[in-house]
Ligand binder design. Structure first.
Ligand SMILES: Cc1cc2nc3c(=O)[nH]c(=O)nc-3n(C[C@H](O)[C@H](O)[C@H](O)COP(=O)(O)OP(=O)(O)OC[C@H]3O[C@@H](n4cnc5c(N)ncnc54)[C@H](O)[C@@H]3O)c2cc1C
Length: 404
């Protein structure tokens, strides 16, 4: 016998999009339930970058200082280390926002923070280990979700269902939506290496012919992302873990004394990269947001922030109707898509451009010495140009403010 809950809004997925939508709707007086399939927020890496657009939302919520009291690193500028040269690319110090930097913070700290703030509202409920398996659909209208929990089946009926369950969204699938694949030429290998006193404390990124490494400072260890050609993991594995160790040591010579910590392939996880989007994000009673509506590439580290912008737009547009416990009309759901879609298309177009022109070229340049492409030289000699990528990455097109 399934347990039954009735609410105004049920959100499938407690990632950046789902948790932020939950906080904003609950704060606006909407009875909201978020279902997250994992027992905690310690899950596969999905990005640690909190951009000025998200920090501005925290400011709108009066949470800016409290949020930044959590351990994090701040980057006011971003550079690309290509071959032996470091080229400054983005300068956030001129942004018209309180935060003139990107904050690097483990995503579980961010999600735990949002969960704590949301749980201060009595109309907010977060149910962990609730795996959404299906939709309740009556007369073509989505009326809620069916989930499995350790206590047994759970059915939640709601005026609106939000699919925020990421790139492999079950909500999207059960709604009959098929995303258009836009393509990504790479996957990412993910592993940890010890961080020692004397190491740089900065975010570290290094590009050389055929190789691409980013390293995120997590206190006692470096979280490393090593970019490989799409589908190339098996071929790399066949060459032995020694090759990966040697490549990491070449890109980050200060790590040479500890690459042996990569004892075998069990120390390495594969993160597949997908870029796609739905032609239609909604149907009666249902709205998809974040990666469920548009899976983002890691390029630019903007996916989390775009997912949060979707959540803000959805809350701004839908909260007044939902707080009256009414199902938003199709026209209202369409307004969310129309509001956010241009920013998604533009951002994905930039990601695809960089994937094709930079990432693919780097990965294909086996053995050849790598020099920065000439357009990047403009950033070196014209410092004001660095404000443009800072604006595109830090705020994005059509940044949202919290109005509810
Ligand atoms: C390798 C890689 C690196 C990336 N790096 C960055 C970065 O540095 N910065 C950045 O901004 N973006 C990055 N991105 C993009 C970013 O991860 C996504 O755009 C962002 O996480 C989207 O947020 P979301 O809330 O929509 O989805 P997700 O973060 O995927 O969250 C979905 C949530 O739903 C839960 N869930 C899934 N299915 C169910 C279910 N059936 N029932 C209940 N819960 C469910 C999941 O457990 C998860 O908690 C990266 C992506 C990849 C692939």
């Amino acid at each position: 016998m399934a347990q039954n809950i009735a609410t105004s809004c049920v959100i499938a997925g407690g990632g950046p999009a789902g948790m932020m939508a939950g906080l904003l709707l609950a704060r606006a007086g909407v009875e909201t339930v978020v279902l997250e399939k994992h027992a905690d927020f310690l899950r596969d890496f999905r990005g640690d970058t909190i951009h000025p657009s998200t920090l501005r939302a925290m400011d709108d919520l009066g949470l800016y200082d409290k949020f930044l009291a959590l351990p994090h690193q701040e980057a006011t500028t971003l550079s690309a280390q290509i071959g032996d040269e470091s080229i400054p690319i983005a300068d956030f110090s001129h942004l018209p926002t309180r935060a003139k930097f990107i904050a690097f913070m483990p995503q579980w700290d961010f999600l735990n923070f949002v969960a704590r703030e949301a749980q201060k509202y009595p109309n907010f409920r977060l149910i962990m280990q609730a795996d959404v398996e299906g939709l309740i659909i009556e007369d073509g209208v989505v009326k809620g979700v069916k989930a499995q929990t350790p206590q047994g089946p759970l059915e939640i009926r709601a005026a609106l269902t939000i699919g925020a369950d990421g790139r492999h969204s079950i909500v999207r699938e059960k709604a009959g939506f098929t995303p258009q694949d836009i393509g990504a030429p790479m996957d990412v290998l993910w592993f940890k290496l010890t961080r020692r006193s004397g190491d740089t404390s900065e975010f570290f990124g290094r590009v050389a012919a055929g190789k691409f490494l980013v390293m995120i400072n997590r206190g006692d260890h470096w979280q490393c992302g090593y970019v490989i050609p799409k589908g190339g993991f098996e071929a790399l594995k066949a060459q032995g873990i020694e090759l990966l160790r040697a490549n990491v040591a070449q890109l980050a010579p200060f790590m040479a004394d500890r690459v042996a910590e990569l004892v075998d392939w069990t120390h390495v996880s594969l993160l597949t990269v997908t870029v796609n989007r739905l032609p239609l994000w909604h149907r009666p009673g249902l709205l998809c947001i974040g990666d469920s509506a548009h899976a983002m590439s890691p390029v630019g580290g903007v996916g989390i922030n775009l997912a949060i912008q979707d959540a803000i737009a959805a809350a701004n547009i839908l909260a007044p109707t939902l707080s009256r416990k009414e199902t938003p009309s199709d026209a209202l759901l369409a307004r969310v898509q129309h509001r956010r879609e241009p920013a998604v298309k533009l951002t994905q177009a930039m990601q695809v451009f960089i994937q094709k022109r930079v990432v693919s070229n780097v990965l294909a340049a086996q053995g050849r010495p790598l020099t920065p492409p000439w357009p990047l030289r403009f950033f070196q000699y014209l410092p004001w140009l660095r404000r443009i990528p800072a604006r595109l990455v830090g705020l994005g097109y059509r940044p949202e403010r919290v109005h509810v």
